[in-house]
Ligand binder design. Structure first.
Ligand code: 4AD
Ligand code: MG
Length: 432
């Protein structure tokens, strides 16, 4: 934006003034003597009204020909309009077409998801998509602010890693000069090192999973915020998760009402997101599923449908804790009360959304951790640095990872997580 232009979001403070707007034509309606131009600039949409009788012929003619998504500079006077979402309307005085747009591929009519995903670089200009991405911006900021205020140090983990964190079936292998490397699945192992340096730390970045499944909940590249706390137990981390989730949801409700409204999100369920959250064991969840007639077998991980059924019993996020060790990663500490179980927890979002957070307590004994690495058939050498954390002042410690896109899908109340990231990477989709 040039220095002398006003953003649409700031027009309310300029009522009565002549201003310059810089943006793109969102839509246009005409009625012969009048042209109604909807202009967007990223901060909002405003209606500019051109009256034929009041304008030089050339100006009105330009208004009548400007096409969808042409970039424009509009000069006009700001008038109050209580019915408009922006609260104002512009009486157009002049218009300059900066860059014409011919046959913009996304029209107000319905398009299929595959077409829209091919046009993602243009689709993000639409009001709904922009609303989701603004909520994403606020969510990311809320995560950082909350953790920073709670004394966490941001210590980001590497993307290129020498070993697996979350199991070998979803690893992306890549060449790293003359050795093999893997794209990170989670920064957790590195967080465990930084937590031993800072007491509490977090990383926040992209993570990668070569997920062969095509679902509404899986991306190949997704963002995760991962806090880790020294001396914390499973119970401590569940308290951390619920305080954190309550805080960030509160922030989104406070800052993004307008965008949630654009998405027609019922905010009542989000307003109920108050700690403490219910806690239910894996055992009880398995029993509950069978009680509802779901043919669920003890020992399995929950599938998407199982999770959806589980969420029916709750009006707010809830924990499932103590999953069978066999379905969780090698680093999970076993439950001292039952060796088949791990000190793990997932947080499930209500309304059918399911898992948004995975976390738990880490194995802190050197010998047991070496045993697990063998059991999981992982290469011991690659984990020597990680084992050092148990050799030099090991402490009980716990942490979690929250998927940004899963969380946003729930907050926005949308069907599929592909709309929650600017450029989704999915099975069979690397473009644009
Ligand atoms: O449950 P996950 O696999 O846990 C971990 O990676 C732990 N190491 C985190 C930790 O304790 N530091 O993943 C954590 C969260 C999930 O709950 C989900 O929200 C998200 O990451 N997630 C995905 N989001 C989108 N697409 C995928 N393929 C995802 N896989 C996990
Ligand atoms: Mg998980």
């Amino acid at each position: 934006m040039s220095r002398n232009a006003t953003r649409i979001g700031a027009l309310r403070e300029r009522i009565g003034d002549e201003i310059l707007l810089e943006g793109w034509l969102y839509n246009r309606r005409s009625s012969g003597k009048l042209e109604f131009l909807l202009v967007r600039d990223g901060s909002g949409i405003v209606q500019c009204v051109a009256v034929k009788a009041e304008l030089p012929e050339g100006v009105f003619a330009r208004c009548a020909t400007v096409t969808q998504e042409s970039s424009v500079r509009v000069t006009g006077v700001v008038r109050e309009d209580k019915r408009a979402p922006s609260g104002v309307e512009i009486s157009l005085r002049d218009i300059e077409i900066v860059g014409a747009s011919t046959d913009f591929p996304i029209t107000p009519k319905e398009h299929g998801p595959s077409f829209l995903l091919d046009q993602r670089h243009l689709w993000i200009r639409s009001q709904r998509q922009a609303a989701v991405l603004k909520i994403r911006h606020t969510l990311v900021q809320a995560c950082r602010d909350w953790l920073d205020a709670d004394g966490f140090i941001l210590a980001d983990a590497p993307i290129f890693t020498p070993s697996a964190c979350e199991g070998t079936t979803t690893l992306f292998e890549t060449q790293y000069f003359d050795e093999k490397a893997y794209l990170t699945q989670s920064g957790q192992l590195y967080n465990e090192a930084t937590a031993m340096a800072f007491g509490r730390s977090y990383c926040f970045g992209p993570t990668f999973r070569a997920e062969k499944s095509k679902t509404r909940r899986h991306l190949i590249e997704f963002w995760m915020v991962e806090p880790e706390v020294a001396f914390a137990t499973l119970d401590d981390v569940m308290v951390l998760i619920e305080r954190f989730v309550e805080g960030i949801v509160g922030r989104v409700l406070e800052k993004r009402r307008e965008e949630l409204k654009i998405l027609e999100r019922d905010v009542a369920p989000l307003e109920r997101v108050r700690a403490p959250f219910p806690r239910v064991s894996y055992d009880d969840s398995a029993r509950l599923l069978r009680g509802k007639g779901v043919p669920f077998e003890w020992g399995n991980d929950f599938g998407a449908t199982d999770e959806t059924v589980l969420t029916e019993g709750y009006d707010r996020p809830f924990f499932v804790h103590r999953f069978p060790a066999a379905v969780k990663a090698f680093y999970m500490k076993r439950d001292p009360g039952d060796d088949r179980l791990s000190l793990s927890c997932d947080l499930l979002a209500p309304e059918g959304y399911g898992e948004i957070v995975g976390g738990g307590e880490r194995e802190d004994s050197l010998d047991r951790l070496v045993e697990r690495i063998h059991e999981h058939k992982l290469p011991l050498d690659a984990f020597q640095w990680y084992l050092d954390l148990r050799r030099y002042g090991s402490v009980p410690h716990s942490g979690f990872g929250m998927g940004i896109e899963r969380t946003l899908t729930w907050l926005c109340g949308i069907e599929h997580l592909r709309e929650t990231i600017p450029f989704p990477r999915m099975l069979n989709r690397l473009r644009p």
